[in-house]
Design a binder for this molecule. Structure first.
Ligand SMILES: Nc1nc2c(c(=O)[nH]1)N[C@H]1C(S)=C(S)[C@@H](COP(=O)(O)OP(=O)(O)OC[C@H]3O[C@@H](n4cnc5c(=O)[nH]c(N)nc54)[C@H](O)[C@@H]3O)O[C@H]1N2
Ligand SMILES: Nc1nc2c(c(=O)[nH]1)N[C@H]1C(S)=C(S)[C@@H](COP(=O)(O)OP(=O)(O)OC[C@H]3O[C@@H](n4cnc5c(=O)[nH]c(N)nc54)[C@H](O)[C@@H]3O)O[C@H]1N2
Ligand code: SF4
Ligand SMILES: [Mo]
Length: 715
């Protein structure tokens, strides 16, 4: 048997770890971290190893299937595409373009072929009913970036290797492996900060895995970060702490910022946010005293009612303390494929509104939380057909009961996914792509949010059979068959859809900032795909360096410190100063991730099962006592929208008044080899979520702080 070693970047999360894969013929023998990878230097997590299970999973579809009265039936690719084309065209003709909705999930960012074809395919379908996992995750960041830096994807990235004070709000990078901060081995990097006498501080309603290794952790009541942030800004002004920096010289409306934050004092917000006043004072002391201090906020501050305001104020604090666009602070990347510049035409928002909820589009998408309403609400423009690509809204979107009804209601549904799951089980046709180690890898998005400017390309380590198709081939075929537009654009779209992703990548690299053709002169030593392929563990291009104001996308090349959109919304924050008790649903719900999970779709792989990964509800001892609830007891958690049964874990690693349940569970779809009862593991927290609870600026879903109640189950 022939044994070979192949190298590939792991595509599962944002860390981009290099993998060393031992292969015998076409069988994976082992997967280890690649010590020579310039970025990860051998780091790996259990998910990377589980790519073997993904490859061998008997539940994975490799050929298209059609739903029949006798169950799923394998059909040819031609037949599958014909059915999809006929039905989508029929529905478009009958009801109009917007009757087709698209939902694109998280892996579309990570799969190279999909990332390269996704926008073209969706644009070809030419519907306004576009939805994505972004609005369950990161749109507040997009809005803050757009308002302040002129581009949704201009995201400042923590220079983690040089930070001395790191305030982490609403993120758990030790488990998530970092987000909007692509960097492997966060644990090692936190330790390095501490070893250089720096400090890591976590603000979270739960004492998380990250909080456990941090220098300090402060509990905060869910959705009260906004009060804390306003008080910090005010305190910086009060202490005359604003650092006169290079960046400050091209900001505007600092006086407005000072004025609108004036009434939020530390003493006033402390009891409302759950943090002691002396602890907030300590945080401000540190922010002003440490060289290289950074405030970083992620999912916990995004997926809440004040997501955009929080992201705006986090940016403001980083600017006021002189950390933005400075080494040791937060910097902007300049990757080998300058995705930010290439995507400038997609960075638009607030152009038009959704039919039912009247929510504005953000980067061309409506909030996923409203998709079910758009399907179920009758009238002109009602969604009648759905295309999902790499997404599982039946588990990831709020109010699963309503989502289920909606998925059952559409007249036709197609899914590009390799699994039959809670969402795709509703499809008429499933188009399964080759995935994982069968695909090549180059990340456009993650290099854009990485902590150094690097570039890596990996060819596919494993072959596919002639029955399989890649995502980009499936998307290309859909693009050609469903194109709606003028002849010139059709020809262009047709041509682009046939290009191999490697051809597109090669061109993008050559013409990129470090490419052979990048710039006015031919760069003899510039990057090309051919050259990159020789460097299996990738290439370091440069460390992150200051790029402002040149790289700003705002018209006047200044950073807006007090955009009107945010200022006017601040008025509503005053309500928080007089909190009203919710007696029916007195508890606030938050989520958590586990190292051996990847949202809703890897739970069943054998290597990731078990361990400490459990779908339980964390509850504080005081709350447990109040409800006469014991450890490991099956209880009912309920909200206005649904009810789930779940086992308890009593822990004081949680602020009281709050309970914590992970998402992505409750897997009850009938897959190929397993029956429903075996699959039905854990409860689906999204059954409890109010799909109208959105951040009023970005319309991001507010998962955090959902009001719920808990009770004993009396048989
Ligand atoms: N309550 C609660 N809900 C949440 C969250 C939370 O914290 N709490 N988090 C939210 C966040 S941050 C996110 S990003 C969303 C995720 O939301 P989704 O993206 O909708 O859900 P995933 O579970 O990531 O589903 C990914 C799907 O893609 C398929 N897939 C995997 N790889 C590929 C591939 O290469 N090609 C194709 N075509 N398909 C592939 C999988 O089989 C699976 O069906 O969930 C959100 N929902
Ligand atoms: N192992 C694993 N890794 C993953 C994923 C996975 O499912 N499993 N998913 C990937 C995805 S799609 C994403 S988007 C990233 C997310 O990665 P992160 O941004 O690190 O997000 P989480 O790990 O969900 O951590 C969010 C934290 O916010 C806290 N929180 C909740 N509500 C509030 C609040 O109101 N205020 C504050 N201050 N904190 C709050 C929660 O307790 C939690 O600790 O992780 C990615 N990496
Ligand atoms: S940390 Fe992320 S990139 Fe690294 S092996 Fe795990 S899943 Fe893959
Ligand atoms: Mo996410």
């Amino acid at each position: 048997m022939e044994e070979t070693i192949k190298y590939r970047t792991c595509h599962l999360c944002e860390a981009m770890c290099g993998l060393e894969i031992k292969i015998e013929d076409t069988k994976i023998v082992s997967i280890k971290g690649d010590k020579n990878d310039i970025y990860s230097k051998g780091h790996i997590c259990p998910k990377g190893v589980a790519l073997k299970d993904l490859h061998e999973d008997p539940n994975r579809l490799k050929e298209p299937v059609k739903k029949t009265v006798n169950g799923w039936q394998k059909i040819s690719w031609d037949e599958a595409f014909d059915i999809v084309e006929q039905n989508f065209k029929r529905i478009r003709k009958q009801y109009g373009n917007d009757a087709i909705a698209t939902y694109t999930g998280n892996p579309t960012v990570h799969n190279t072929g999909t990332a390269l074809t996704l926008y073209d395919t969706i644009n070809a379908i030419n519907t306004r009913n576009r939805y994505a996992s972004h609005s369950l995750d990161s749109v507040p960041v997009f809005v803050a970036n757009q308002m302040m830096y002129g581009h949704a994807m201009m995201a400042p990235i923590p220079d983690i290797e040089n930070i001395n004070y790191f305030l982490i709000i609403g993120a758990n990078p030790v488990v998530s492996n970092g987000s909007f901060m692509s960097t492997p081995n966060i644990k090692g990097k936190i330790k390095a900060i501490q070893e250089r006498d720096g400090k890591v501080v976590v603000l979270d309603p739960r004492k998380t895995e990250t909080a456990h290794i941090a220098n300090e952790h402060y509990f905060i009541i869910p959705e009260r970060d906004i009060l804390f942030l306003l008080a910090v800004v005010n305190e910086i002004f009060k202490r005359d702490g604003v650092k006169q920096s290079r960046v400050l010289s091209f900001t505007d409306h600092i006086d407005v910022l000072k004025n609108i934050t004036k009434e939020y004092t530390i003493e006033q917000v402390a009891p409302l946010s759950g943090i002691l006043p002396e602890h907030i004072h300590q945080i401000v002391d540190d922010l002003l005293q440490y060289d290289n201090a950074v405030v970083y906020g992620r999912l916990g501050v995004n997926t809440q009612s004040y997501g955009s305001l929080c992201q705006w104020l986090i940016n403001c604090i980083n600017i006021l303390i002189g950390s933005l666009d400075e080494e040791g602070g937060l910097l902007f990347t300049l990757p080998a494929v300058d995705y930010v510049t290439l995507m400038a035409h997609e960075s638009k928002m607030f152009r038009y509104k959704s039919r039912v909820g009247k929510y504005a589009e953000i980067v061309g998408e409506y909030p996923t939380a409203t998709l079910a309403d758009e399907i179920l609400t009758k009238g002109k423009g009602q969604v009648r057909a759905l295309l999902t690509v790499a997404g599982n809204p039946a588990r990831s979107a709020p109010n699963s009961g309503l989502v289920k009804k909606a998925l059952e209601d559409v007249e036709f549904m197609a899914a590009v996914d390799m699994y039959i799951n809670e969402t795709t089980q509703h499809a008429d046709i499933i188009l399964p792509p080759a995935v994982g180690l069968e695909t090549m890898h180059y990340s456009f998005v993650l290099h854009m949010i990485a902590t150094i400017n690097t570039t890596k390309f990996s060819p596919a380590p494993l072959p596919i059979t002639d029955k399989q198709r890649f995502d980009w081939q499936i998307m290309g075929e859909l693009q050609r068959r469903l194109f709606d537009g003028n002849i010139l654009n059709r020809l262009k779209s047709n041509f682009m859809s046939r290009l191999h992703p490697k051809t597109k990548l090669a061109l993008a690299l050559k013409t990129g900032p470090y490419g052979i053709w990048g710039g006015r002169f031919l760069k003899k030593n510039g990057i090309s795909l051919k050259r990159l392929e020789k460097h299996k563990g990738g290439v370091v291009l440069s460390k992150l360096t200051p790029v402002l104001p040149k790289r700003l996308f705002t018209k006047n090349k200044t950073i807006a410190l007090a955009p009107q959109l945010f200022v006017q919304e601040l008025d509503k924050i005053k309500e928080l100063l007089k909190p009203v008790e919710n007696t029916t649903y007195p508890l606030k719900l938050i989520g958590r991730r586990h190292l051996r999970s990847n949202n809703s779709w890897m739970q069943k792989l054998p290597m990731l099962e078990g361990g400490s990964r459990k779908c339980t509800v964390f509850i504080h001892p005081d709350d447990a006592q109040k409800h006469n609830i014991t450890h490991n007891e099956l209880v009912e958690v309920y909200s206005e929208f649904g009810s789930i049964k779940i086992e308890t874990e009593i822990t004081s690693d949680l602020i009281n008044g709050t309970i914590c349940i992970p998402h992505g569970w409750g897997q009850d779809a009938k897959t190929i080899t397993e029956d429903t009862s075996k699959n039905n593991k854990g409860a689906n927290v999204n059954e409890l979520m109010n799909h109208h609870r959105l951040d009023p600026i970005s319309y991001n879903m507010a998962f955090s702080g959902q009001p719920v109640a808990i009770r004993k189950i009396i048989e």
